[in-house]
Each structure stands twice: as structure tokens, then as C-alpha cells.
Design a protein around this ligand. Sequence first.
Ligand code: SF4
Length: 299
Amino acid sequence: MKRYLSANCYCRRIFGTKVYKLALSAATSCPNRDGTVGYGGCTFCSAGGSGDFATSNNLCVAEQIEQAKHILGSKGDGLKYIAYFQSFTGTYGDLDRLERIYCEAADEPDIVGLSIATRPDCLAPDALAMLRRLSERTTLWVELGLQTIHPITAERINRCYPLSVYEKAVADLAEMNIHRITHVIFGLPGESFDDMLKTVEFVGNRTDGIKLQLLHVLRGTKLAEEYRCGSFDVLSKEEYLTLVADAVEILPESVVIHRLTGDGAKRDLIAPIWSADKKRVLADLNAVFRGRGILPFEK
Ligand code: SF4
């Protein structure tokens, strides 16, 4: 039997209760889009900077939080939330402005922590100093978009930083005791099952948490053009379920699994269409897990 640590279980351990994530926007940009390190961004990245569920960044933080609670449909008082800044690069740009936004979010009632998504190459000393201050103020998670350890794939998806930068980032964050969540995508063009599981194995020894994500081909992306030309195939549901189960078996039991599958914006999804039914995917995944004796920790 294999046990894994789900985000729900981890949150109950840390906060003593279930915690919901509120997707917010700090109106940042990305150095891989504005020419600082690259142009056009990662080939799979949507116009929303891979944060398609975030609230409108025309609103102030308090308004965004109210709107995100409303979208979640949360009823009643007493629920706890993580303010999640997912879109674009959360440690890039005017750091004073960003720190003000993050502090505002951290100080809102019912917010028990922050989760900030960023690129590993945007963790210079001043950004790390900001994160240190935030981690002294609240519970802080930092999410790193790695996707793959393989340089050929990284080049193909136009990630624009080498693996060594990720390794330095996870080491720097570990020194500050900040919970690190690494994003990995299954189904990137040209990768074999073995390649993907090697990424999981590598990451599993360096991260505190992981998000497993299926590659979505979204309208308006460079990836969509490649897909239309037939230069790669997307994963079938069976392939994805097998990969996730294999990955969970490989990962150390201490690594928090923050996500087993993602959901792209349905209106923009080109492929794989089966992924649009997230409830079905999770139900099928649970059946595969049960069949293999993979169970979440209960507490
Ligand atoms: S680093 Fe993130 S925001 Fe920037 S292009 Fe890549 S996925 Fe999009």
C-alpha cells in the first residue's frame, strides 16, 4: 500500500481545518513575454498567463477576495482561505508594489496564507528578501513553474531558463523554510513516459509540494499552432491516469500533492477534450488509485 499527502490533509495538519484557495491577480507580467529573457512566453501559456481563474485585476485586493469567495460559492462564516496569486510571474516587476498587494491580502480576515507562483529565474536577492518578510508575516507557499527537467523539451516549450536555475531557487527557498511547490506538466511534446517520470523523481527529492498537470492545448497559444500541424499528440485519459499513479508511487510520502490534474479554461480548450470533465477524471483516477492500493493519509 502507498500513502500520499493530499493538499487537504496537509492544510488540516497546518491550519486545523479545510482551506480554500482564492485565485487573485497581482497584475504582474512575465520576463518570458516582454523580451527580458524571451518573447512570446511558454508555448502552452494562455493569454491570462496560466492563471485563467483569477479575478479581475481592475479590482483592489479586498474586492478581488470578495469576488473570489463569491465565485467559490462559499456560504457562511468561518471558512479559511489561501490567497493564490497564480497568473504570470509573482516576483517580477515593481517589488514594492507587489509586497503591498501581498501584505494587503495577508491581512484580510479569513486569509491564513499566501501562495505566489513565479519563475525560478525571478528570485534575485531583493525578491527573496520580500518573500522572507512575507513568510514572517503569514504562511507562505511559493510555486515554481518547472514543467520538465529535460533541456530539449524546455527549449521546445520556450521556457527560457536552465534546470540549474530551478535547483538554486529550491535551495534558496529551503534556506528560508518556505514551502516550495513545483509545477510539472505531463504530455509535453516529444516526452516519453520515462522522461516524465524522471522529472517527477528529480523534483520529488527537492520540493515540498508538487502540482501535476496535464498538458492542455488552448486556443490562441503557440502550442495550438503546433498541434494543428500534427507535430505531437495529446495524452489519452488512460495514459494520464497511469502516469499520475506511477508518479504518486515514486514520490516520497512527505511531498504534498497539491494537484492531481488541472483544469484549463473550458472555452479555450482544444485538446484533450476528455479533460474538460474534471469530476470524471478524478473519479477514474480514484478508481485507479484504489486498484493499486494508493490511499491518501487521513490525518
Ligand atoms: S513563465 Fe509562466 S506566465 Fe510566463 S510564459 Fe511561461 S507559463 Fe506563462
